[in-house]
Design a protein around this ligand. Structure first.
Ligand code: SF4
Length: 80
């Protein structure tokens, strides 16, 4: 699975660009309920709705290669 995957959670739209992901797992470390690495060591969603909004944003912002983009309720990009 390549390309982007996205979820709507806490009013946010969270997009993982799986082609950008280098699998360091910073997002997983910050929010293990929300993200996991698949068999190719690329990030996928687990249960992001289980992560409180602020920590979810921190996890997305932790990505060293900006593979995770977050848009707010108005469609404004807030991460990275
Ligand atoms: S922090 Fe970024 S590069 Fe690292 S696993 Fe998550 S999405 Fe991939």
């Amino acid at each position: 699975m390549s390309g982007t995957v996205e979820r709507r959670v806490h009013g946010l739209r969270v997009v993982i660009d799986r082609d950008q992901c280098v699998g360091f797992g910073d997002c997983v470390k910050e929010a293990p309920e929300g993200f996991r690495l698949d068999e190719d060591t690329v990030a996928v969603f687990a249960a992001p709705e289980a992560v409180e909004r602020e920590r979810l944003l921190r996890a997305c912002d932790a990505c060293p290669v900006d593979a995770i983009t977050v848009y707010d309720e108005e469609g404004r990009q807030i991460v990275p």
